[in-house]
Design a protein around this ligand. Sequence first.
Ligand code: ATP
Length: 286
Amino acid sequence: DRRPAANSIIRPDFKFEDMGIGGLDAEFSTIFRRAFASRIFPPGLINKLGIQHVKGILLYGVPGTGKTLIARQIGKMLNAREPKIINGPEVLNKYVGQSEENIRKMFADAEKEYKEKGDESALHIIIFDELDAVCKQRGSGAGGGTGVGDSVVNQLLSKLDGVDQLNNILLIGMTNRKDMIDDALLRPGRLEVHMEIGLPDEKGRAQILKIHTQKMRDNNVMEPDVNLVELAQLTKNYSGAEISGLVKAATSFAFNRHVKPDTVAGIKEDVSNLKVRRDDFLNALD
Ligand code: ATP
């Protein structure tokens, strides 16, 4: 029986097949087993084992592969507060002192709730995008020599494994440059589960194509000559973001067939029969 238990931290209405993430089943289940297993067992058992829940996950890898999608889906899957999202470069652009204050505030809510309710309090998820902008190796001068980067790292460290252990915090960090992240942040007790999200293989690309053409197939605006297996073969080394861009570009070729030549926006004919076909995808690939 794969249904989550009634007291589970997984939302009972959450369906894995609705996630809209292609080709990352293995990564997702590994993250789940390594980062959340302790949270689906009763607190009594965790106390007996004398362990702490995982408080931080690092998703890393080349751009456009679904790191943000995964982080958001984790937020939707768990019985948790709406995730708070921080963007590294934005934090640095704020005037000095503001970034530390922003981070302090994010943890303060979780801390307050934890003090009131203990282990019964809801999970607070903080998604930190482009973490490398802020959390470069300390002393590297991140933050334009203002020391902002260093003090933000110190903030995160003290909140993750500070004197008061907060069991209701989960930090999901994301980066294209794992090598740039301060080692101190990657230690056990901090961002301890590391998962590389790489480029999809052929099967994964077919799944991503399926997701991104779902609407047009449901609405019968895609010709049956479009073969997703063939397109998956032709898109070697494409990221999920590039596959989604390909689908969009194919539709623009379909639009163009219906636009009058020599006009900027004149529609040539009735567009109710507009369909995206194989050569639109091939043109888009070109
Ligand atoms: P970056 O490192 O540049 O922030 P990222 O890895 O966080 O990139 P996302 O923002 O998750 O990438 O992906 C961008 C878009 O590409 C998504 O909104 C989605 O439309 C599409 N996409 C990427 N990967 C996948 C995937 N595995 N399945 C379905 N769609 C995907």
